[in-house]
Ligand binder design. Structure first.
Ligand code: 13P
Length: 264
């Protein structure tokens, strides 16, 4: 079940494949996925954009289209134009993506994405009628310097303000959040359930402050960073943890299925 905190929604289990799994691997993954056609957890997959169509087709063949939501890992903020190599939110939507990750730490740290870029991308995703999953998280240095709260609130606050995410907007749109401490991504180091709950509670109180209690309580807050079948259930049971965003362990259909099972 999802965290016992404020949110009564089902747990969200999302897999971010990053730059892995071409179309053939995506099809093989869909065939090996062990999911009931109906289930409690909300299941999302973020393949590379080039594998989206193949994954979508393979899920449809198994009757899992409505069971698994699809998303892209990044969008360009403009709707169209001369941006060689980029994909807009509306192109992603037309290819079957209903979700987009925004502000993943790899985008921020490896590709130099700023708070403004993240806010513009969030606005573009919302304008296309898709659901953004805004990723926030502190580095180890920031955590050790006692700056956890300041860093994650700045990342969230800038997007809420600049992308115009308001209670009125959320009457018609959805907004998800993921707390991914940078030191826990791909390192095998997992935040303890207590660490995750502490950060999620900080984010939750900002959401309630900014969006009011109805919308503020409704935004799922996922934890990401070295989630595996062995720790998923404990993390998803922690207060305020509304699901998980899984990198490495989402590449294997069996381990991803086991994580989904922990959220059900
Ligand atoms: P890992 O699960 O591989 O640590 O990656 C987490 C992540 O970045 C998900 O977006």
């Amino acid at each position: 079940m999802s965290g016992t905190g404020a949110s009564p929604r089902p747990a969200v289990v999302a897999g971010n494949w990053k730059m892995n799994h071409g179309p053939a691997d995506a099809v093989a993954f869909a065939r090996e996925l062990e999911l009931e056609a109906e289930g409690v957890a909300e299941v999302l997959l973020f393949p590379p954009a080039t594998s989206l169509a193949a994954l979508r087709g393979a899920l449809a063949e198994r009757g899992l289209s409505s069971r698994v939501g699809l998303g892209v890992q990044n969008v360009h903020p403009a709707e169209r134009g001369a941006y060689t190599g980029e994909i807009s939110a509306s192109l992603a939507l037309a290819s079957g993506a209903g979700f987009a990750l925004v502000g993943h730490s790899e985008r921020r740290h490896l590709f130099g994405e700023t708070h403004d870029d993240t806010a513009r991308k969030t606005a573009a995703v919302l304008a296309a009628g898709m659901t953004p999953i805004l990723c926030v998280g502190e580095t180890l240095g920031e955590r050790r310097a006692g700056r956890l709260e300041e860093v994650i609130l700045r990342q969230l606050d800038h997007v809420l303000t600049t992308a115009g995410v308001s209670d009125r907007l959320l009457d018609g749109s959805r907004f998800y959040l993921a707390y991914e401490p940078v030191w826990a991504i791909g390192t095998g180091e997992t935040a303890t359930p207590g660490d995750a709950s502490e950060a999620h509670a900080i984010l939750r109180s900002c959401l309630i402050d900014r969006l009011g209690s109805e919308h503020g309580l409704d935004v799922p807050i996922l934890y990401g960073g070295s989630v595996k079948p062995e720790n998923a259930s404990e993390l998803m049971g922690a207060p305020e943890v509304g699901g998980v965003l899984v990198g490495g362990a989402s590449l294997d259909a069996r381990s991803f299925s086991a994580i989904v099972q922990s959220g059900s």
